[in-house]
Design a protein around this ligand. Structure first.
Ligand SMILES: [Zn+2]
Length: 211
């Protein structure tokens, strides 16, 4: 656990609402010692059990990535207290300076319970899991890589609270090959305000930012 905080190559720095500036996640790298060169190949294990809400196949910027949804009702009280959950939003936020097709919003999002979504990005390979299937806490879901927008191998771990049962079949942006559906899904995830970003390190009781 102490070592984990030494592995942070880029901490959590959330931008203002509607903005897509970095950095929404926490970057963890497997550094060689003493050279501190980031290596690929280290196994990535799921932090929590949950449902596969998205498998992203080598798209910019997340590369090979996996989104796992865990209902807040599955988390124990201590974890919930550490997360210091934000109030549920009343409406979506319009994007600032980002091209966004209309958000693919589930109509009943306001009445849905909330879930924690964890995104594991820049994996070496496409995660060998099925959309809609289950992932167990501790299950190896892939290996640290540098797919997508990664200058060096690292795991980008991004945590968001949002309405339950939303799927992200793919997402992409900042790339001419991104389809409207992929951009809309990216915008819903990143800037709509419906998927509220939080510091993933708080899950492990190691919040990177001051509370
Ligand atoms: Zn990152």
């Amino acid at each position: 656990m102490t070592r984990l905080t030494e592995q942070i190559s880029n901490p959590y720095k959330p931008p203002p609402p509607g903005s897509d500036d970095p950095h929404f996640g926490v970057d963890l790298a497997d550094f060689s010692q003493p050279e501190r060169i980031a290596r690929s190949g280290m196994a990535v294990q799921a932090v929590l059990s949950g449902r596969v809400a998205g498998v992203i196949v080598n798209r910019f910027p997340y590369g090979n990535a996996l989104i796992v949804e865990t209902p807040l009702s599955d988390l124990d009280e201590q974890v919930l207290a550490r997360l210091n959950l934000p109030e549920a939003p009343e409406d979506v936020v319009q994007p600032l300076a980002l091209t966004c097709p209309p958000y693919p919003l589930p109509e009943d999002w306001q009445s849905r319970p909330r879930s924690l979504y964890l995104l594991y990005a820049h994996l070496q390979d496409v995660p060998a899991v099925t959309p809609g299937g289950m992932v167990e806490c501790g299950q190896v879901i892939g290996a640290v890589g540098d797919s997508g927008n990664a200058l060096a191998p690292h795991l980008h771990l991004e945590a968001r609270i949002g309405p339950a049962d939303v799927n992200f079949p793919s997402m992409a942006h900042y790339d001419p090959s991104a389809t409207n559906e992929e951009m809309a899904a990216y915008c819903l995830w990143r800037v709509s305000g419906l998927f509220q970003s939080m510091d993933a390190m708080c899950l492990l009781d190691k919040c990177s930012s001051a509370p």
